[in-house]
Design a binder for this molecule. Structure first.
Ligand code: PGA
Length: 267
């Protein structure tokens, strides 16, 4: 069992867990997910991409291979997708296949990722809007998300809900913030190659999940984590830090490694 080095109840329903390493944090989150994935009710998972959840997905693959879990009855909904072809190696479709779906027994038809390729066509606003509405309806038709896994961007985004996104936002097209695009140079190699827009679940879509686990690892996340967990934000969520709307939810765990927690005030 992975043990946190500290835990704290920040608000009713909002807990903070700090682990020594991202590996230990990921094992703990996988431990949280096993009963849900194995529960008698078919599970509905909201999944995230980015570097943060890779170790969690590796841990879930390990548990699948050990026979602890099966994804046969699981339905997944990913948070977001770039304006990109599915087959592009840096699409989130490709990311999910590489880091999770190709290694477990989830039926292809149970996988849902927003169709960012619709953004590549010109004058296509109506089709995009219809797709976003049907994504929301499909989540609702499965009884909503049982658990949403989140990372956080340095802008305070969850999904691609960049600053300015409020708690009423639903699945939609959004411009990606410059800071987020700069962070993606890591993968795309140059700013010109980073997509400018994406389709993302909204903040309200995320808040509709029954449980939310937000992960943040590494010292690059320490400044936004300290702003997010400031006294001011905990009492007054703001569209400037869309992740702060999670504080209105009744079942949220924020899971950090020591580095991401390094700017939090010590008691
Ligand atoms: P990262 O991205 O996991 O690659 O740091 C997280 C996010 O932008 O939500």
């Amino acid at each position: 069992m992975a043990q946190p080095i500290s835990t704290k109840l920040l608000l009713p329903g909002l807990s903070l867990f700090v682990f020594e390493t991202p590996e230990q944090a990921s094992v703990w989150v996988a431990d949280q997910m096993v009963p849900l994935i194995n529960s008698s009710k078919p599970p509905v998972l909201g999944l995230a991409t980015g570097s943060t959840p890779i170790k969690l997905y590796a841990e879930l693959i390990k548990r699948y291979k050990e026979g602890q879990i099966s994804f046969k009855r699981t339905t997944t909904f990913n948070l977001d997708e770039y304006a990109i072809e599915h087959s592009h190696p840096l699409s989130y479709h490709s990311f999910m296949d590489t880091n999770l779906f190709n290694h477990v027994d989830i039926p292809r038809e149970s996988i849902n990722v927003p169709n960012g390729s619709l953004l590549l066509k010109e004058n296509n606003d109506q089709e995009v809007e219809e797709h976003c509405k049907s994504y929301e309806l499909k989540i609702a038709s499965h009884g909503g998300l049982d658990l949403q896994i989140l990372g956080i961007g340095r802008t305070g985004h969850i999904g691609f809900n960049e600053p300015g996104s409020d708690e009423k936002t639903k699945t939609r097209k959004i411009e990606i913030h410059t800071v987020t695009r700069q962070d993606a140079i890591r993968e795309f190699g140059s700013i010109d190659l980073v997509p400018k827009t994406s389709i993302t679940m909204g903040v309200s879509t995320i808040l509709g999940a029954k449980r939310v686990i937000l992960l943040a690892f590494g010292s690059s996340k320490a400044p936004i984590i300290s702003q997010l967990l400031s006294e001011e934000r905990l009492t007054t969520p703001s569209p400037q830090i869309p992740a702060s709307y999670l504080f209105g939810h009744s079942n949220v765990q924020i899971v950090l490694d020591r580095q991401a927690a390094e700017q939090l005030e010590k008691e």
